[in-house]
Design a binder for this molecule. Structure first.
Ligand code: SAM
Length: 256
């Protein structure tokens, strides 16, 4: 997978690319991350990439010239997404879709934004990572790169991890526990230490359902509500009223 990023702060992305899963993916040649600085396509002594807005108003606007030149010189993979708060919301479905392709490009804005002709004539789409305003698109680019790259086949150590995570089945994830079995008097649910794998699987799905109903009812609506099987599962673990109290049922105190 090749990802090209256009940014006037390439160092931010370089730092990010030197860590964790993304750096491993680059080392293993699963990810080809290329950074391009529009400042390299300026001709004045100050290497200016911004100017004041036509019509007046606060702040500066990124000029189209250096951005068009940088994109055209890079011959970067398409689609090219402009990161911006007014764009389509980036989510796990889009991350999955992008992970199946061969690559894409990201354009990071700064200042008050980017000349509208970039929106109209250079990029395919605008992507937002949420309803808040960042000072620049670099952090948003890192969010997109990290979410997509961990779904690229071969990227994660445990191939199953990505398929069981939040959103993979339209639900948020069940609670996870590790040792000790009792920590400060708080017990791990007995079902997880029962050794009954089928029961553990049903409990996890029931907890995912209950948590999603409680925290993200919009995701349940997107699945067109609860099926008869979902309701039976919730009933089996007495979760029709929500996930509270579940972690304290049938407690044992000894670590297996
Ligand atoms: N004036 C713009 C507005 O009101 O929509 C905000 C510009 S913001 C200060 C500067 C840059 O940060 C944007 O061009 C964009 O690249 C990036 N940015 C800010 N918020 C973002 C978000 N929620 N998602 C993605 N990118 C964002």
């Amino acid at each position: 997978m090749r990802i090209d990023v256009f940014t006037i702060f390439p160092e931010m992305l370089r730092q990010f690319a030197g860590h964790s899963l993304v750096s491993r993916a680059i080392r293993n040649e699963l990810l080809d991350l290329r950074l391009h600085d529009p400042r390299g396509h300026t001709s004045d002594a100050h290497r200016s990439v911004d100017d004041s807005p036509f019509g007046g108003g606060a702040g500066m606007v990124m000029m189209p010239g250096p951005i068009f030149d940088a994109v055209e010189a890079a011959d970067s993979p398409r689609p090219l997404y402009l990161l911006g708060p007014g764009g389509r919301r980036f989510d796990q479905d889009l991350a999955r879709e992008l992970a199946q392709g061969e690559g894409f490009s990201l354009l990071c804005g700064r200042y008050e934004g980017i000349d509208e002709r970039v929106h109209e004539h250079l990029v395919e789409e605008e992507l937002s990572i949420g309803d808040y305003v960042l000072s620049g698109g670099e952090v948003a680019a890192m969010v997109v790169i990290e979410a997509v790259s961990r779904l690229v086949p071969g990227m994660m150590g445990n191939a199953e991890s990505a398929t069981e995570e939040s959103f993979s089945s339209g639900l948020i994830e069940y609670p996870q526990y590790t040792r000790p079995a009792v920590f400060r008097g708080w017990h791990v649910p007995a079902v997880l230490r029962s050794g009954d794998h089928a029961l553990v699987e049903r409990w996890r799905l029931a907890m995912s359902l209950a948590r999603t109903i409680e925290r993200r009812p919009d995701l349940i609506e997107r699945r067109r509500g609860l099926s008869d099987e979902d309701l039976a599962l919730l009933r089996e673990f007495d979760l029709l009223g929500g996930p509270e109290g579940l972690a304290t049922e049938e407690l044992g105190d000894t670590e297996p």
